[in-house]
Design a protein around this ligand. Structure first.
Ligand code: ATP
Ligand code: MG
Length: 182
């Protein structure tokens, strides 16, 4: 990849302790496939694709304008796409998560940044190329989400590595009032 271009995405980076817990549970399932590296576990909010490095500052400005509240995410559903991607998802997507994604999309589109037209589906990728269809598991992971980040996806000898470029705090309920009261 050329140095002046970065593969960018906004995501919730999985906190290390939770990521360890998820990885341990995943190993206990003994499933075939290629596990996503524990350090890479994340939930994508908006994928920006290849962008000129010079635009990173603009992305940061757009993200700084987001006013969304912190929320609790309960990952309790195991799903598998037809391409064999196994993922964890919430059976109920919190309103605050949808609001965060909507604000990001809206700010990015107003800057003419092309985004995926498929609807947002909250998911955390666990394992690729998993051939097993019926999996007997009842996951239950609680994730208190208090920040979101901009990542650059890079390739190294071990595959993809996500470099966190910047992170923004989400508002606590009591902070929200001071923004909406203006
Ligand atoms: P690899 O492609 O090396 O297997 P990866 O898919 O995790 O690893 P990227 O392709 O850089 O790495 O993707 C980073 C994040 O963006 C992942 O969450 C991925 O699912 C998501 N993503 C990638 N391509 C798209 C796309 N076209 N639309 C929406 N999200 C995407
Ligand atoms: Mg990919």
């Amino acid at each position: 990849m050329k140095n002046d271009v970065l593969r960018l995405f906004f995501a919730l980076g999985c906190p290390p302790e939770l990521a360890e817990g998820i990885a341990t549970w995943r190993s206990s399932l003994h499933l075939p496939g290629r596990p996503v590296a524990t350090a890479n576990l994340h939930l994508t909010l908006a994928f920006l694709g290849q962008q000129p490095r010079a635009r990173v500052a603009q992305m940061q400005d757009l993200a700084s304008e987001v006013r969304a509240t912190a929320f609790d995410l309960h990952l309790d559903r195991l799903g598998r796409q037809r391409n064999g991607l196994l993922y964890l998802a919430p059976s109920h997507t919190p309103e605050a998560l949808l609001e965060l994604v909507e604000q990001l999309y809206s700010n990015l589109s107003s800057a003419a940044i092309q985004l995926d037209s498929r609807p947002f589906r909250a998911h955390l990728s666990l394992l690729r190329h998993c051939p097993t269809q019926a999996i007997d598991a009842n996951p239950s992971f609680d994730w208190p989400v208090s920040r979101f980040s901009l990542f650059a996806s890079e390739q190294n000898a071990r595959g993809s590595h996500y470099r966190q470029l910047h992170t923004w705090p989400l508002l606590r309920d009591e902070q929200e009032g001071s923004f909406t009261a203006e």
